[in-house]
Design a protein around this ligand. Sequence first.
Ligand SMILES: Nc1nc2c(ncn2[C@@H]2O[C@H](COP(=O)(O)OP(=O)(O)O)[C@@H](O)[C@H]2O)c(=O)[nH]1
Ligand SMILES: [Mg+2]
Length: 472
Amino acid sequence: MTRAQDLAAPLEERRDTICALSSPPGAGVRAVVRLSGPDALAIVRKAFRDEAGESLGTPRRGVVTGEFDDGGGLQPALLLWMPGPGSFTREDVAELHLVGNPHLVDAALSRLHSLGARPATAGEFTRRAFEHGALDLTRAEGILSLVHAAGEAEQRAATALLMGGLDERLVGLRDLIEELRALLEASLDFDENDTGHVPLAQLVELGDHARQALEEATRWEVARHAPEAGAPRVVLAGPPNAGKSSLFNALLERGAARAIPALVDSRAGSTRDARAALVRLGPEAQEVLVVDTAGLEDGTERALSALEGRAQERARLQLDAADLVVGVLDAAGAASAGAEELALPAGTGVLAWNQVDRVGVAADPPAAVAQVPWVATSAVTGAGLEELVDAVLAGLASRGSEGFQVSARHREALAAAHEALTAGLAELAQGAPLDLVAEGLRAATVALDGITGRTTPEDLLDRIFARFCLGK
Ligand SMILES: Nc1nc2c(ncn2[C@@H]2O[C@H](COP(=O)(O)OP(=O)(O)O)[C@@H](O)[C@H]2O)c(=O)[nH]1
Ligand SMILES: [Mg+2]
């Protein structure tokens, strides 16, 4: 999906109505085109008729069945009408559910644009939701991470965030710190013998609670997205004999790894347990954990032995844990196989169309599997390996690493908050002037507010939302 280079104008100027395809591009059962803004209904009204052929009027919140006039003809359409503020963006939102044909969808989008809806920039719906207080920045980042998630572990990590796991912890924590600060400031006005003075022990106890809550939030964030020693996991997977182990060895050789090469054999089933090696790839020698797996036999009629079954299970565990899956297919064998036998593993981010040296004139992979970036390779001649490495690094940069970036931002700010809070509390215990202590607490609050988006600088917000896809 496309990413926008930059975001639209600042909020004050952004009260126009935006529109974009919100479902994945390409053919599908349905396509969802979303509009958000004050003119959403007025714009849709000009091109939509209900089942009885009547103009729309002011519908009640919900679904209207009808047809959409894209200028070139009518299309069946469902209108989902969600007036603000009870919508995702808190603005008036209209969703058109259309037949998932790219040409029809393009025609519908052009019509909406000509009727006055501006094409949305990447992440603009989510940004409006954020700016209208419908969600905090961590939930928005959860949406972002989910879009880019590779593998189930990443998806879970993103979902935990988007369900508010971090924000809820930080809200409670912020309240504690603010309460402490208020007590400190109240104490400033009294001297120790006054009745208004809050005893030190009570302040210290409250401070301890805050610190514990902060440490709990940090533990939650770390557990949510375990950094796995940093190196992303790239899993080679595909049917038996495609050349996964041969590519694994070729990558080991290029990546100056000291691991011992994997077994390669012309008989299927030579790889059982998954093998992993840390290699350095690309011009910047990025560390990557490359994993070789047993061949997947999804559609096989053959009864698998217990050991083969367990080997497959292991391969699937690796697929789930992958930051990027490199699907490997045999270009020579696949040419004669039916599309269903090609069975590219789920979650494939890059396809190695391997063994091209065995094909006289190398044919491109069939459309069914060429949906992802693909590279023609030969583990024997080394052809295409450099391009494969480039594709892997590009795939990692755009997918699996997203969640890590988000988590790294949170951890950095949590660490800053912790530092400020513990410094403030140490001063409190040592009897330092209370305004100094309050200053430390304020710094902790500022760090937390940067995470949830209360006080995140505009340019950082721009960078975060620009990483979203169009239509999100
Ligand atoms: N000609 C040619 N043979 C290959 C290539 N890659 C793998 N092979 C051969 O295909 C067979 C299966 O390779 P292997 O790496 O064990 O496949 P795996 O089952 O996917 O791990 C072996 O005989 C390899 O030598 C290639 O790019 N070109
Ligand atoms: Mg193998």
